[in-house]
Write a new protein. Sequence first.
Lengths: 251, 277
Amino acid sequence: MILFDVNCAIGPWPSDRVRYETVEGLLAEMERLGIDRALVSHTLARTYDPVQGNQILMQEIAGHKQLIPCWTLLPPSCGEMGGVESTLGDLAQAGIRAVRLYPQEHTFSLADWQCGDLFAALAERRYVVLFDLAQANWSEIEHICQTYPELAVIVTWVGYRQLRPLFALLQRCSNLYCDLSNLSTYLGVEEVLSRFGSERLVFGTGLPIADPGGPIARVFYTDAPAADIAAIAHGNIEQLLACVQVEEVVP
Amino acid sequence: MKAIANLDWMALVRAGTPLNQAGIRVIDAHAHLGGYYNFYIPRPDAQTMVQVMDRLGVEKACISSIPACGADVPRGNEMTAAAVSAFPGRFIGYASVNPHYPDRVRPELERAFDKLGLSLIKLHPTIVEYPVTGPAYEPVWRFASERKTVVLSHSWTGTSTCAPKQFEPLAKAHPDVVFLLGHSGGTPAGYVESIALAQKYPNIYLDLCRSEMSSTWVERIVTEVGPDSVLWGTDFPFLEPRYLIGRLACTTLSDQAKRQVFGESMAALLRRRGVLS
């Protein structure tokens, strides 16, 4: 079974000792754990500077086709990444199909007055957008999903106490997905499968900050048809990334 | 099935094999029973829990019902006892107390042990908002000493009720009581504090029951404390035990250390305390 990790990073981490920091370390860990592909961000884009972090990411993962870059974006208000069209051009040129946002840690609002133009442009190209739940509240996620239905929104690191709002939004927003890095409520995955089917879940670990073994066991100890397991393990994210229209805006 | 030396744990996990079928003894040292007001838990009943345990190869779970942890202690202890009695050999029951009624503490423990058939003690000082060092828990330590039993307590660094360091005077004063620090202090700072205590006091044990503990921390706790004094726990049916299985099974710890933590260390402790024969 192919495992495609949607929630993975390289780079140093300031507040804890992590298993690896480098690309070589990530590749060794993926080999040990049987993870075949990963959507990778750079921790420096989160903890230091998004622009430089994205550049460092591209340099460090170059030549490793199993590592798919996921850029960290800022809203256009201060021009740190240029305007929206410039950002979209950079994404297209680099072949980026998935982006992350850290509104809490990077101190901006997800509301339309700050991010509306960015989300509209990303939605036009059917981008995959990831948030840790700690970065965005459920109402913000609901607004983004409803206002920009062409976006694929993956909420990561959900936690075990969130099934009440999660189920409400999975019901309401067909473009909302959830990763397995911390969907750790007892029988939570079984419940999602029975109510919403396998197409709303994607495999993710949170490496190297989080534990990868839990999500791996969560996949392989799930009693569901092989096609559903495959969809969660790799199929759903592959389909979402394939829908991103990066070719059309390549300069 | 006979135990296999130096098991390929990654292959085991990828095959979704129930752990007992690979000769691994699994005892969940920190589990619960029933729902909770704060969030939705699908099917938290004893029968479904046993079905999940069967699927995963978990032999026994040591449980305290959710109401016993605070909302309604006597009702909760009865709920725990009903599950223990309905599924013989699958559950071991923790008794709990409400420290805000000190006169009821010892009678409730006597009722729970002697009439309801519970055999361990569980405290949740955070839920009841009463410090583990408070005088109302004195009867608990005396009772635990008399019965030579194990006291599992929620532990969380930075709290005023059950930070790991608050267990030091207790462990010192009651060397014949085993203190199991649930969640190992709950945060990296708490893990460091808990490791130091478990290294210093042979009657302090730690568990790995935590929703967000990294595998790096699992390895550090087990390596620095030793697998004899670290127990596998899940908070089940709060947390999904599959995550906790993977978190330990997929570490780089030795085959022997994993087996000890998954259940052999708890089995040895329960045998020494007369709970298991």
